[in-house]
Design a binder for this molecule. Structure first.
Ligand code: P1T
Length: 427
């Protein structure tokens, strides 16, 4: 049976994997060698130098490419359209390196603070990129932001931290209707000379809940630090594409710029992915239960969770993350395993002092940046993850002093609820 027919639960174990040919090792060894012996100059086994080629990294890259729905053959690309980087932001950097100086980027208004910072504070200066932050839950705003010089549309959904949902299929239709698919300048290093690349940061959903490539996107990006790694013990980033020309350009820049993921980290992320489908099922179920509970809590002003009917884009989330007939871990779109994810944000009734008291009192939820691990985390976006977003932009988005973000782990949901209740008692 071709791999593309497998369900995600099978893919996370087997996609792009095979026993190591010399020993038959079932799990890919951690290849630490920085270089590989050549018989004669230029005559090698396909492995030359570990920034360019590493078998452990390839095993992870193939896995993520196939999980995201790439059909690129290994004979065309050894990592089948998947590319691993030192961090999520290094993966974003590689995408931005595909643009030419002065190009226009349209970015979702609500994105991870570090993604916002890379565009505004680094690439605007070093590459002269012109970025517009647009609320793409309103398609007409995206439509009026697109110009003939738009070379990249960058989306997150659910967004960080406001958990807005953008309709990926509708955006792909709109952008590819208005702009031609990206065309690159002469190989190997030509940037996007015409048309527009569509990229979705799929970190919050994971490929179990949402697959942007199947909805018309060109590239899916991940902070592997989150759900893919899943254990808060590794920092990494990934890109996946099903388009061979885009794949070739990413591969070129991954090697030429060089922020690759190391072999130890690739092994850890691959190990984490083996339980991704199981973990996401629990994240989806527990977050839905906790979001429903929070919505009835007298000390909570409002809850933002894509699985609640009160969420403004609930219907879109149901369509693109869950699919017909499913809910919170028993969904339909992605082989019957979709759900609304493990992230919840809510507004506490109170001010910054109340938020601080609440955040200091919880203890099963660790007060820390990041998300997507087996353990639950809690944080204050305005002071922590989104401090680098300008205050005016934070205000506009609603990143206020009483906004709290939860990453619901895989502990018992009732224990997590009891912990939150203990926190509320001090507010
Ligand atoms: O931290 P890094 O692996 O470089 O990934 C950056 C990144 C990219 N995209 C999204 C949606 C993210 O959430 C992140 C990192 N986010 C956090 C550290 C956080 O606590 O939100």
């Amino acid at each position: 049976m071709p791999e593309s027919h497998f369900h995600p639960d099978t893919l996370v174990i087997h996609a792009g994997q095979r026993p190591e040919p010399v020993t038959g090792a079932v799990m890919p060894p951690i290849f630490t060698s920085s270089t590989y012996a050549q018989k004669s100059p230029g005559e090698h086994t396909g492995f030359e130098y570990s920034r360019s080629h590493n078998p452990t990294r390839y095993a992870l890259e193939r896995m993520v490419a196939l999980l995201e729905g790439s059909t690129i053959a290994e004979s065309d690309d050894p990592s089948r359209g998947g590319y691993a980087f030192a961090s999520g932001l290094a993966a974003m950097d590689c995408v931005l390196e595909l643009l030419n100086a002065g190009d226009e980027v349209v970015c979702m208004d609500d994105v991870y603070g570090g993604s916002n910072r890379q565009l505004r504070m680094v690439k605007a200066r070093s590459q002269g990129l012109k970025e517009k932050f647009v609320d793409m839950t309103d398609l007409s705003k995206l439509e009026s932001a697109l110009t003939p010089r738009t070379r990249l549309v960058w989306i997150e959904t659910p967004t960080n931290p406001m958990l807005k949902i953008v309709d990926l299929a509708a955006i792909a239709k709109l952008v590819h209707g208005r702009c031609a698919p990206a065309k690159f300048g002469p190989a190997p290093n030509g940037g996007i000379a015409d048309g527009c690349l569509l990229v979705c940061d799929n970190t919050f959903a994971s490929p179990i809940n949402q697959r942007p490539l199947s909805l018309g996107f060109d590239v899916a990006m991940h902070s592997a630090t989150k759900y893919l790694g899943g254990h808060s013990d590794v920092v990494g980033g990934l890109l996946a594409t099903a388009d061979l020309e885009i794949a070739r350009r990413i591969r070129y820049h991954q090697n030429a710029v060089g922020a690759v993921m190391g072999a130890f980290d690739a092994y850890l992320v691959l190990r984490g992915i083996k339980t991704l489908a199981l973990r996401m099922e629990r994240h989806n179920q527990s977050a839905l239960k906790i979001a429903r509970w929070l919505e009835t809590h007298p000390k909570v002003d409002s809850v933002i969770y894509p699985g609640l009917p009160s969420h403004p884009q609930h219907a879109i989330a149901r369509k693109q993350m869950v699919g017909p007939g499913g809910e919170g871990g028993k969904g339909g779109t992605v082989g019957g395993r979709g759900g609304f994810g493990g992230m919840i944000t809510f507004y506490l009734k109170g001010d910054l002092a109340a938020s601080r008291r609440f955040l200091e009192r919880v203890h099963l939820f660790t007060l820390a940046e990041s998300l997507g691990g087996v353990e639950s985390l809690i944080e204050h976006p305005a002071i922590m993850t989104h401090a680098s977003v300008p205050a005016a932009q934070r205000d506009e988005l609603g990143i206020a002093d009483n906004l709290i973000r939860l990453s619901v782990g895989i502990e018992d949901a009732d224990d997590l609820i009891a912990d939150l209740e203990h926190g509320f008692a001090g507010v």
